[in-house]
Write a protein that binds this ligand. Sequence first.
Ligand SMILES: *[C@@H]1O[C@H](CO)[C@@H](O)[C@H](O)[C@H]1NC(C)=O
Ligand SMILES: *[C@@H]1O[C@H](CO)[C@@H](O)[C@H](O)[C@H]1NC(C)=O
Ligand SMILES: *[C@@H]1O[C@H](CO)[C@@H](O)[C@H](O)[C@H]1NC(C)=O
Length: 406
Amino acid sequence: MRIERVLLNWSCLSISVIWAIILQNGQLRLNAYPGQAPLIPHAAGNSLWRHYAPSAPEISYQGRWDNQYISSPGLRLEFTGHQLALSFGQHTDPGVLIAYRLGRLDWQFSNVTGNSTYQFIGPWTPGINGSIASEKKSFELRGESCTVQISGVAVAADGKLSQIQRASKTVEVIGDSLSIGQYATYEGLSSWAYAVGAGLQDVEYSITAYSGICVHDRECWGNHHGQVYQWYRTCDSSPRARRIYGANPPRWDFGAHAAADLVIINLGANDDLNGVSSTDLVSSYITLIDGVHSVWPDAHIVIMSLWGDFVQRGLTFVQAPQGVREITTVYQHYRDQGKGYVHFFETSGIFKHGDIAQDGHLNDMGNAKLASHLMQWISSQFGWTMDTDGAEILHGTQYWNTEGNY
Ligand SMILES: *[C@@H]1O[C@H](CO)[C@@H](O)[C@H](O)[C@H]1NC(C)=O
Ligand SMILES: *[C@@H]1O[C@H](CO)[C@@H](O)[C@H](O)[C@H]1NC(C)=O
Ligand SMILES: *[C@@H]1O[C@H](CO)[C@@H](O)[C@H](O)[C@H]1NC(C)=O
């Protein structure tokens, strides 16, 4: 079966540019990111604020970050008082969009630029007036990985930060653009990987996924290395990370962070498109799984089939999945040796051609469908539960069909 060319070739750095506009069926969504956190002078020494360095242990970064606090796609913390501000360092992309929220209320949006401080929580913040100043409130921020550098946090002069209580289980997703919500409405905040991590009960999650990356260690769409190398590093694979660290980015200290209990891998789509041979893809995929298993010997590792894209055949559409033989071979390698820690999640049948945004990337519906099926499968396979909390996970999904009467 011939597959239409799937292009997964955006570099990490270009994502924020795409994120700035939302196209809906070719039309610009007006006021796509309502809200703008006010810029405030960075007042180190200003007595109205108590300042914390980005290294403060009270700040819990999510995902990977380097020693300059670049690239973590999210952070969480608790604070007292009625105000909170974050400062962004010079390695922040200009005008990059971020989502944030007070407690578990709905996501709000703002764009931010480097060398600046923004006040995210103030008297205008929904929910703040009803809260008691001395009470601990949680704050959460999410952006695209590779786009922001945190250079400080500030709270009211009589307020303080404290650490969030970590969930007891951890999920790690290792992927490429198919896992970061590329081309979906709010990118990372619309991705299946985020929806699975945020939708399971008592779970912390980390998404180590870079647009265009291969499994095999070679250059693919601007990534100088494959995940078989990059997964062990602190930083992303963007040109910016390369400017900072050169060819040898620092290693991620697995020992300093909680071990993952569940690892979900969605990789191989870019190898296929970059001419990595079938043999190299299989052997690198096995090397990656063996590496993950040696880092986290107790983790269940799930490998996913690649859905590819849909092509018209006569009067219908048929799915043209990628890497079927290779991924099956990888799974069989473990199954035949009785290594039960490797599991296979079949995506065939979940999607129809209307669930693809472009070039094999899922649209919002496709991401939501995959997350729902995968969470249900994880629950039945491993006995995990879905979170019954009612807080918003996928933002902006009520855009269509909100009419009460027709
Ligand atoms: C931020 O400051 C640094 C050094 O002070 C400077 O090199 C850089 O151009 C500034 N970036 C922005 C976006 O203003
Ligand atoms: C940032 O937000 C402001 C206010 O909403 C808007 O005027 C501006 O165009 C935005 N900039 C970018 C780069 O999205
Ligand atoms: C909170 O109270 C202040 C002072 O009364 C008011 O100006 C502000 O609009 C209120 N905030 C919200 C989100 O309602």
